[in-house]
Design a protein around this ligand. Structure first.
Ligand code: SF4
Length: 62
């Protein structure tokens, strides 16, 4: 599973970082970024929850 944040959609709410801090963090422009592109097996569930919980659907998973 890969995740990517589209910063033009991110409203900097912080939900993804709270939900899955091992995968998401703040970038330089106060938008969330993915720390890794390939999500490790043990973080799949929280990464998916972060995707589902993003209020603007700014995180894409594939
Ligand atoms: S949950 Fe969505 S809108 Fe909120 S910080 Fe993360 S990517 Fe941005």
């Amino acid at each position: 599973m890969k995740v990517e944040v589209f910063d033009d959609l991110c409203i900097s709410c912080g939900a993804c970082i709270t939900t899955c801090p091992d995968i998401f963090e703040w970038g330089e422009d106060d938008k969330a970024i993915a720390k890794v592109n390939d999500v490790p097996q043990d973080k799949l569930q929280c990464a998916h929850e972060a995707v589902e919980g993003c209020p603007t659907a700014a995180i894409k998973e594939e």
